[in-house]
Design a protein around this ligand. Structure first.
Ligand code: HEC
Length: 276
């Protein structure tokens, strides 16, 4: 009886700990990493899509590398991992002709001067996907909006007050925060209606909307450009990731085969016991 009691106590304690840690994580998620944006948009990387990674690398070098180094990666490694022939890579993406294949991508901007220009030095982005998360980056780069009170005339929902100008503005167009009339949601999850059966509308603000015809890309094209760019940053953060995940499957496969073989061996040994 006593033993049973302690077991029950332990079980209750364990349940309590699990539930408590769950609610603690749920609480800490409130307020959220994506700040005024709400939940970050979900991002699913595809590291075997080399075309996406190549487009991402090209966008990065053209639009971001001027401020953000990737100082833990080397030019030649990026070219070979992304399956870009080195001559084509160097001809089209490496603007400084003195750079060699084995050089680190240390950036083009002197950090003291940039701290003066922006108030902060633009951080190195090699590991940004590891410490900020891909969801965060994907949301951040799409959440700039017009805000004349700020230094560059823009602000960001995911990173309010960011010191980084909206460098992709000409591609995306002029995004603004707008208000919209949307149906009020009833407690049962449906639309709330008045006594005549008309849907009750309510004005809500804080929606992002691009001013028509101000950007070079459509919304879908811009989202896919940011997808490729984020995908590239996930690759740069851990170049071995795709290989690691592939090997993981081999290991699981090996364990399955190994378990089956051990089971057969076990049965073989057991035959001897049954004889006696
Ligand atoms: C004109 C210089 C400049 C360019 C070009 C630029 N950035 Fe930035 N970026 C900054 C600065 C400055 C910060 C720091 C912002 C802050 O902390 O307030 C920053 C911050 C970031 C951060 C957040 C990093 C962190 O640790 O908080 C990300 C992600 C980022 N930039 C991505 C990009 C990408 C992707 C591009 C290319 C599309 C790009 N940036 C182009 C200046 C630049």
């Amino acid at each position: 009886m006593i033993l049973e009691g302690t077991f029950k106590d332990k079980f209750l304690l364990l349940t309590f700990i699990i539930l408590f840690s769950y609610s603690a994580t749920a609480l800490s998620a409130e307020g959220g990493p994506c700040k005024d944006y709400g939940e970050c948009d979900e991002f699913k990387y595809s590291l075997n899509d080399f075309e996406s990674l190549q487009r991402g690398a090209s966008t990065y070098i053209n639009y971001c590398y001027g401020c953000h180094s990737l100082k833990y990666s080397r030019w030649g490694r990026v070219a070979s991992d992304l399956k870009i022939p080195e001559d084509i890579f160097f001809e089209n993406l490496v603007f400084d002709k003195s750079i060699k294949s084995g050089d680190l991508m240390i950036g083009a901007m002197p950090s003291e001067e940039s701290a003066n220009w922006f108030g902060v030095t633009p951080p190195d982005l090699t590991l940004v996907s590891r410490y900020k998360g891909d969801d965060w980056i994907y949301s951040y780069l799409r959440a700039y909006y017009e805000d004349s009170s700020k230094q560059y005339g823009v602000n960001n929902l995911v990173y309010p007050g960011t010191a980084m100008p909206n460098v992709l503005l000409e591609l995306q167009g002029n995004q603004r925060l707008v208000c919209k009339n949307i149906p009020v949601v009833a407690p049962n999850g449906g639309e709330k209606r008045d006594t005549n059966g008309n849907t009750i509308m309510q004005e809500k603000c804080g929606f992002l909307e691009v001013e028509n015809g101000t950007g070079k890309l459509t919304k879908e094209e811009f989202d896919s450009l940011i997808y490729d760019l984020t995908n590239f940053l996930v690759y740069v953060g851990e170049p071995i990731k795709a290989t690691r995940e592939r090997i993981g499957w081999y290991v699981v496969f090996y364990f399955l085969i190994f378990t089956a073989l051990s089971l057969l061996l076990y049965r073989e040994f057991h035959k001897d016991y049954n004889k006696n």
